[in-house]
Design a protein around this ligand. Structure first.
Ligand code: SF4
Length: 348
């Protein structure tokens, strides 16, 4: 089983259940893993009565991306963010577009196509060489990579780089608390407020724990949070669901939390669905604004203005975006509106 894996490290948040059985408390599956077994994400193994991560320093993809690509619009706009992913995932979304790495089995040779042994100092060096101001763990779920992302995040903070998790939000509160002191941005998917979506399309029981941990990222760790809802026709596009999502963001994370409503494109086992109609996306933006959210953005669609940041008070154009081209046109030195000094929750 241990052929072709990256460097093994004893996994954080392991719990001894006795008689060689262990529990992994990194994500909300809280897998119980017997000796010789492997967790749901296919990256944590029980070897000799201890849990090990098999993806420490294993990089499947790396690119210096604009931070807007995550999408993150209110943190260091226009900066480059060194973005890396590994193998595996704790979700099994039936419409996953990154299935080649998310469903890859780190234990059966997939790591052979990856860069191995990328110790944190090498990652930080690569980020700096590309002119990036920060590092994002993205492409697949970063929390299952907690040993590595934690070590990297600590080093990033020492080296003056910002840090970003692009996450499905299924980490446990304990995992969040481990990395909390070193994580600046929490870009979390809020796919739906309804159990049906999570249960039937993702195979997890409910969004409840995801919402609780996102709230904790804000209240306990004061992370900068941006939410994404990819609107899937017939699944999470009802007015009621979108309104509930907007209300939850407003009430639990704050009305200045950016909400990105993005266009779904048919993929995988949802190939028979149409792309999200533009009218639905525009309706979602209207719903978000009518519920009091100050910054609602359109994603995966070029409309000309749907990605711009406007001052919610005076309407001044603060940041102009088209695709990944960004022009800061109406911010003052503190990141506030240059006309009326309104706080735009913008970290520059
Ligand atoms: S990270 Fe999550 S899915 Fe993977 S072994 Fe731990 S609890 Fe299970």
């Amino acid at each position: 089983m241990l052929r072709n894996v990256g460097a093994l490290r004893e996994a954080v948040l392991s719990e001894d259940l006795g008689e060689g059985r262990m529990r992994c408390n990194i994500c909300q599956w809280r897998c119980r893993i017997s000796e010789g077994g492997v967790g749901h994400c296919r990256t944590i193994i029980n070897y000799g009565g201890k849990l090990y991560t098999t993806i420490y320093g294993v990089i499947s993809s790396a690119a210096a991306d604009p931070i807007e690509k995550k999408p993150v619009f209110h943190y260091k706009p226009g900066s480059l963010c060194f973005s890396v992913g590994t193998l595996g995932c704790n979700f099994r979304c039936i419409f996953c577009q990154n299935w080649e790495i998310a469903y890859a089995d780190a234990l059966h040779g997939a790591a052979r196509s990856c860069k191995l042994g990328v110790e944190p100092h090498l990652l930080v060096r690569s980020a700096k060489e590309t002119g990036s101001q920060g590092v994002a763990w993205t492409y697949n779920e970063p929390s299952i990579w907690l040993n590595y992302t934690l070590d990297c995040a600590k080093l990033c903070k020492q080296e003056g780089l910002y840090t970003v998790y692009v996450t499905n939000g299924y980490a446990t509160p304990e995992a969040l608390d481990l990395i909390g002191p070193y994580l600046d941005v929490y870009r979390v998917d809020i796919k739906s407020m309804e159990d049906r979506f999570y249960r039937e399309l993702i195979k997890v029981p409910s969004p409840k724990g995801i919402l609780e941990v996102a709230e904790r990222a804000k209240s306990k760790w004061q992370m900068h949070i941006e939410c994404v809802t990819n609107i899937v026709p017939g699944w999470n596009d009802s007015e009621d669901n979108l309104r509930q999502t907007a209300r939850w963001i407003r009430d639990k994370l704050g009305d200045d939390t950016p909400w990105h409503v993005t266009r779904f494109f048919p993929y995988g086992k949802l190939s028979d669905l149409p792309p999200t109609p533009l009218e639905t996306l525009n309706a979602a933006v209207d719903i978000g604004k009518s519920e009091g959210l100050k910054f609602v953005y359109l994603g995966n669609v070029r409309t000309g203005t749907g990605e711009n940041t406007y001052c919610p008070k005076c309407g001044n154009l603060a940041v102009e975006r088209f695709g990944y081209s960004v022009r800061i046109v109406g911010l003052n030195a503190e990141g506030r509106c240059s006309v009326d000094n309104e706080d735009l929750n913008m970290h520059i």
